[in-house]
Design a protein around this ligand. Structure first.
Ligand code: SF4
Ligand code: SF4
Length: 461
């Protein structure tokens, strides 16, 4: 593997980036001006539009068993009943009962309408204290999709002009020019040229008809160049006909994270059109959890028709190549046990579990599974853009402690994760807690185990 960013460069970039990220709320435009009545009206409009038969059944289905509380890292870490997952849907349920339920004709005259104070109280519950990780859904005997319905709540808060300033800032920037953290085309090109110089081969750009398009993200461009560089080096090694694209490099979608559904759709549509114009068969989204559902499940939705490309994440693409023999990795000695963190959106939502484990096995790692893993894995605590919210600092640390406690109990001395947001939350959590466990990118680990060319001569790798 060729080092595309040194440990020192990464630490310096991380310190600068974290400082920048901590103050982005101050750079946001003022929240949209509306009267209290307008805010309530707009939020209700989103709620009412989102409550179809399926949602109505879910809102009526709670058995009050409390199982979801024991599944949520924020409840476990605080023992505060307000963080019980199902309570995050109380406001939505109130609107449903009063306006749409079979008994609404009876309830409406005697039930007060929701207020702007209700909305303001809801903000912390659906942004700071829920990463839409979906772990509570897994244990609910009534199959209530709390994570998904929290997303509907975020849309209502955004419509009411109440999304957190940090997420409004990120969404406004991406809505305006498609970039996040200022990672525009110039910065993307700078990073790609830097990686190209270090790797010593030409990186294809905007190649029409290539088999594979590799996307990246603003986080990787600024901070985690090892993830993008690792994926490029591995694709080159495998002899894949791949390309990167100046019009479709950003995988992150802050419309989806902030609750601005129109922005989410616009960004996904833009990427999809650019991908289809290139004519690639497969898109590899970066090591960025939410990039995966945003494109894999969002592309057809944004276009209103099926799309003609397949979406895979880095660990999925390379893991399958290991499993079917297209990618051979060099088994090395790793005395330190390693833990793998399954990112929620890639794992629980996408079912990518075996692939990263096969990669680690092929590299010779001693994988120590944490108590929660695969579809039951705990969130890192910083997903769904929580890692950007200073107001969520205490809760992020709570989530970090729950997961890091498991990693320590598993006896792991190293951690690997295939998601930039998780990496960011683990890195910040480490600094705050004084922990020192190394946190590595899976893509970078793969590149570090590519056999030297002479050892594979004659092999199709
Ligand atoms: S989706 Fe995750 S963070 Fe949100 S309430 Fe459920 S378990 Fe907690
Ligand atoms: S697990 Fe499901 S049924 Fe039980 S309290 Fe939570 S939402 Fe209700």
């Amino acid at each position: 593997m060729t080092e595309v960013i040194t440990k020192q460069e990464r630490e310096e970039a991380f310190a600068m980036f974290y400082g920048m990220a901590a103050s982005i709320g101050e750079l946001a435009d003022p929240a949209p001006e509306m009267t209290d009545e307008e805010r309530v009206e707009r939020a209700k409009e989103v709620f009412l539009k989102g409550i179809d038969n399926n949602v109505a059944v879910q809102l009526d289905a709670c058995l009050h068993c409390g199982a979801c509380a024991q599944a949520c890292q924020f409840f476990i870490g605080t023992e505060d009943p307000k963080y019980t997952p199902i309570h995050k849907l109380d406001l939505l349920k109130k609107v449903y009962k009063r306006e749409l339920s079979p008994l609404s004709w009876l309830l409406k005259p005697f039930t007060p309408d929701i207020t702007v104070e209700d909305l303001r109280n809801q903000v912390e519950l659906v942004y700071d204290s829920c990463t839409m990780c979906g772990r509570c859904n897994m244990v609910c005997p009534s199959a209530i999709n709390i994570g998904d319905l929290v997303s509907l709540n975020r849309s209502a808060m955004a419509a009411a002009g109440l999304a957190p300033a940090e997420l409004r800032y990120m969404r406004d920037g991406q809505e305006a020019d498609g970039t996040i953290f200022g990672a525009d085309e110039d910065l993307f090109m700078f990073r790609i040229q830097d990686i190209q110089q270090k790797l010593g081969f030409e990186i294809p750009l905007n190649k029409k008809g290539a088999d594979v398009l590799l996307m990246t993200s603003g986080l990787d461009i600024h901070l985690f160049a090892d993830a993008t560089g690792g994926a490029i080096e591995t694709l080159h090694h495998m002899g894949v006909d791949y390309t990167l694209a100046t019009d479709a490099y950003e995988g992150a979608n802050f419309g989806s994270l902030s609750g601005y559904d129109a922005t989410k759709k616009k960004l996904t549509k833009h990427s999809t059109e650019a991908i289809e114009a290139l004519g690639v068969k497969t898109v590899i989204v970066p090591e960025c959890g939410h990039s995966y559902p945003a494109l894999r499940f969002g592309a057809a939705e944004a276009m209103g028709r099926p799309v003609n490309f397949e979406v895979m994440t880095v660990s999925e693409y390379f893991g399958r190549a290991v499993m079917d023999g297209r990618l051979k990795l060099e088994k090395k000695s790793h005395p330190k046990p390693i833990a793998l963190h399954d990112p929620c959106k890639v794992g629980r939502w996408g079912g990518v579990f075996d692939e990263p484990r096969e990669i680690l096995k092929a590299c010779g790692y001693d994988l120590h599974e944490t108590e929660s893993n695969r579809q039951y894995n705990f969130c890192c605590g910083g997903g769904a853009a929580n890692f950007l919210l200073p107001s969520a600092d205490k809760l992020k640390r709570v989530g970090y402690r729950v997961k890091m406690g498991e990693i320590e109990a598993a006896g792991a001395e190293e951690l690997v994760v295939s998601c930039g947001s998780c990496r960011m939350n683990f890195e910040v959590g480490k600094v705050k807690a004084g922990d020192s466990i190394p946190v590595e990118s899976l893509a970078a680990i793969i590149a570090a185990h590519l056999p030297k060319k002479e050892t594979v001569e004659g092999d199709k790798v």
